[in-house]
Design a protein around this ligand. Structure first.
Ligand SMILES: *Cc1c(COP(=O)(O)O)cnc(C)c1O
Length: 375
């Protein structure tokens, strides 16, 4: 166990209880004090090390899977994957939607002119098997399927374990946006038959923002040459450059972010890997959820399908002033997140990042005080 991973930090800046960017350790931030060249062999080796570590974190073998890094925020990696995975002719993408990030994939498909069939669920309901199978039966033209693992809109956890193997067995290429869950929830990418799993540097691996990452099945991505609708977001070309030039990125890469990410990977391993991190996040979530309920705040998502990543709460009353609540907590050292559920007035509190149970306990004490004063 290293100290950075286990000790709550004394920080002057507020803690980000937001699902990315999130609170990072001081040691991760310190990696960014040095400038690095991109042609340097050491940097290329470090990039290769990051790629290898990601395949391992995905519980996949490096023979069968590869990791491709893509400059930009997470959405750039989603757009890059969809725009490269789906051929220009004779392909249809099905998208399971129960929140803003599923909707965003549909929007990406619209921008790129990709045929898509949407399966839409309520935001407080998981993307269930039955409805998806019915829709697939009605649309035999579907060649690709995309879904979100943890829908960060609400914090609901969608059942990739039941859906992906069935859809994969139908010969459909599978894409999972695991942006907010990868590194914080164990995922068996190879065993499930996921073709593309997408995340980013600034979520559960606890790096800083700057690149997205795609764990891709080699056999699948190997067939995508020439598919991309964008030069900068050509995932295949990016993959080839990494492979052929031993870790060389196409175009300028976020060098500082890569070094911070390497440190974040070390700290994840020191903490005990994804299972240990999952336990810490789940503990944070449980403390938060139970404490908030005691204070009269009701969660939006049913406990059975609640992720350990982020928790949505209903406004405690009709005239609840979120901005005032936000400002109060910010002043006391916590940044929380507005709600994103379209039909329910809510706000969100993230459980991920360099955040510990003690921080949640402190937060709850502040909210209790606020409630005493306000309600
Ligand atoms: C954070 C997130 C994204 C990407 O968002 P960016 O702002 O582009 O980094 C995509 N999907 C999910 C589920 C997310 O949580």
């Amino acid at each position: 166990m290293n100290e950075a991973a286990t000790q709550p930090q004394v920080e002057t800046a507020p803690l980000l209880l937001t699902p990315g960017p999130l609170t990072t350790s001081r040691t991760v931030k310190e990696q960014m004090l040095v400038d690095h060249g991109t042609w340097d062999d050491e940097y290329k080796e470090d990039t290769q090390q990051v790629r290898a570590a990601l395949v391992k974190l995905a519980n996949a073998s490096k023979k069968t899977y590869t990791a491709v890094l893509m400059q930009g925020s997470g959405t750039f990696a989603v757009e890059s994957t969809i725009g490269t995975a789906v051929p220009k002719q004779g392909a249809t993408l099905m998208i399971a939607i129960n929140g803003a990030y599923g909707q965003r994939m549909a929007q990406i498909a619209d921008y790129l002119g990709i045929n898509h069939v949407d399966v839409v669920f309520d935001e407080d309901e998981v993307t269930g098997l039955e409805k998806i199978m019915d829709k697939l039966a009605a649309h035999p033209e579907v060649t690709h399927f995309a879904m979100v693992h943890c829908e960060t809109t609400t914090g609901i956890l969608n059942p990739i374990e039941t859906l992906i193997p069935k859809i994969h067995a139908m010969g459909i290429v599978t894409i999972v946006d695991a942006m907010s869950s990868f590194g914080g929830i164990p995922i068996n990418v190879e065993a499930l038959g996921i073709d593309y799993l997408i995340s980013s540097s600034n979520k559960c691996i606890q790096g800083v923002p700057g690149f997205g990452l795609v764990i891709a099945k080699r056999q699948t991505i190997d067939q995508t040459a020439g598919n991309a609708r964008s030069l900068a977001l050509d995932l295949y070309d990016q993959y080839q450059c990494f492979e052929v030039h031993d870790g060389k990125w196409r175009f300028t890469s976020p060098t500082h972010v890569v070094y911070a990410f390497l440190q974040a990977l070390k700290e994840l391993a020191a903490e005990g890997g994804v299972p240990a991190r999952n336990r810490r996040y789940a503990h944070n979530e449980k403390t938060l959820r139970q404490g908030m309920m005691t204070l009269g705040y009701q969660p939006v998502i049913d406990e059975a399908v609640q992720s350990p990543i982020i928790t949505s709460f209903r406004y405690p009353s009709k005239d609840f002033n979120f901005q005032k609540f936000y400002n109060y907590l910010k002043e006391k050292g916590f940044i929380i997140y507005p709600g994103k559920v379209s039909t329910i007035d809510s706000f969100r509190i993230g459980n991920i990042g360099q955040v510990f149970n003690d921080d949640m306990v402190r937060l709850l004490a502040l909210i209790k005080q606020y409630s005493v004063v306000e309600v």
